[in-house]
Design a protein. Structure first.
Length: 152
């Protein structure tokens, strides 16, 4: 199985767990004399099976991420960390840029004036550069995922 397939399967298993939880909650109580729509014992067995399958898969994914090289210096895990770092920085700077672009209302001459503390144009260039870096690195990462075999 390729890493990309494993990541897709992981997402599917996580969704199944969420649905099992909802189904369990919906069948936790019934009116006296009624029977639950689904047997909670069967649902708990499904929960056990899916949890075990997901746990085993995540262990294999983590082993793969930590051992397989992305390039000469970085593992797949290193690249994920770099992508996350770029995304976090870009989000913070984007929020800061948005705040800097808001013009406070000023109704009278006596109202306080607010000045921007940052060059919006330069900050926008930084955000755009981070977006470009993210796109390029993520594209290479996604492409690589389809070539990497999952570690047993």
């Amino acid at each position: 199985m390729k890493l990309a397939e494993a990541l897709i399967l992981k997402e599917d298993l996580q969704e199944r767990l969420e649905k099992i939880e909802v189904r369990l909650l919906n069948n936790a109580n019934v009116q006296e004399g009624e029977i639950p729509v689904e047997n909670p014992q069967d649902l708990m067995a499904d929960l056990e099976q899916v949890t075990e399958e997901l746990t085993d898969l995540v262990i294999r994914i983590n082993r793969t991420l930590g051992t397989v090289k992305f390039n000469d210096t970085d593992t797949i895990s290193d690249i994920i960390t770099k992508i996350d770092g770029i995304l976090n920085k870009r989000e913070i700077l984007s929020n800061f840029l948005e705040a800097a672009m808001i013009k406070p209302d000023r109704y009278r001459r006596s109202d306080l004036r607010y000045l921007r503390t940052v060059n919006v144009k330069e900050l926008q260039k930084q955000v755009d550069e981070l977006s470009r870096q993210y796109r390029e690195l993520d594209n290479r990462f996604q492409e690589k995922n389809w070539t990497i075999d999952l570690v047993e």
